[in-house]
Design a protein around this ligand. Sequence first.
Ligand SMILES: Nc1ncnc2c1ncn2[C@@H]1O[C@H](COP(=O)(O)OP(=O)(O)O)[C@@H](O)[C@H]1O
Ligand SMILES: [Mg+2]
Length: 241
Amino acid sequence: MQPHQSGIMLENIDLTLGSNASRVHVLNDISLKIQSGESVGIVGPSGSGKSTLLMVLAGLEKVDSGKVLISGERIDQMSEDQAAAFRGRNIGIVFQSFHLIPNMTALENVAVPLELAGRDDAFTVAEQALKSVGLGHRLSHYPSALSGGEQQRVAIARALAPKPAILIADEPTGNLDSETGGQIADLLFAKQQEYGLTMVLVTHDPSLAARCAREIHVRSGQIHAEPVHAAEEPVPAEAAQ
Ligand SMILES: Nc1ncnc2c1ncn2[C@@H]1O[C@H](COP(=O)(O)OP(=O)(O)O)[C@@H](O)[C@H]1O
Ligand SMILES: [Mg+2]
C-alpha cells in the first residue's frame, strides 16, 4: 500500500530516547496514513511525543523500528545528506520559535537556503515568497526589527519558497498572541489550499486543530481515537523542540 504523490505513511514506529534511567519510550507502535493534500492537526499533552513525531516525518529523528514513507520514499532509510536533500525538495518546516538567522535580513533568510540548494534565482524566488506572505515591504529588515507575527511569516515564506508538497508545523502560533496567531493560521490554511499542500500541524489550540480536515490525538507516544480528557491537558507554554 503506497501513498500517492505527497502522502505520508508511518508503519509501526517505535522510538526510545535517552539512556539508562532516563530512557523514554517516546513513540510506541505509531501507524498513521495521511493522504496527499490532507490537513491533519496533531494534539496531545506536553511530552506526549508530538514534536518527535514531526521530526520522524521529516527524517530528522531516526526510529528504532518501523517504516516512514514520504511520497512513497523511505526517508527513514536515507543517510543524513540524502534526507536533507529530500527535505529540501519535499518538506517545509515551521517552528514555534521561528528559527530565523538573526544576522540575516528577511530576504536573506529565505534566499540563502535556496542558494545553498543551488538555485540561481534564489533572491527572485525569495522576494516572491515574502510578497506572497504579505512582507514585500520588509525584505531588508532583520528579525529583531520584525514583530513575532512578521517573523513567523518569514519562516513560512522560507518553508514554502522551494515549493514543497508537504508542510509540517510545530506549534506555529504558540509564541503569538491570539489575534496574530489567528492571522498566521489563516495564512497557513490559505497556502495549504492554494498549493494543495499536505499539512501536518502540531498545536495546543483546539480551534486551530479543528480547522484541519482531521485531528489526531497523541498520548504517551501512542495515537488515540478519542481526545485526551480536558482536565489532563497541561499548560500550553511548552518549549519548542
Ligand atoms: N533526546 C531525548 N532524550 C530523552 N528523552 C527525550 C529526548 N527528546 C525528547 N524526549 C522525551 O520524549 C517525550 C516526548 O517529547 P516531545 O516529542 O518533545 O513531546 P511534545 O512535543 O508532545 O511535548 C518527552 O517525555 C521528552 O522528555
Ligand atoms: Mg513539542
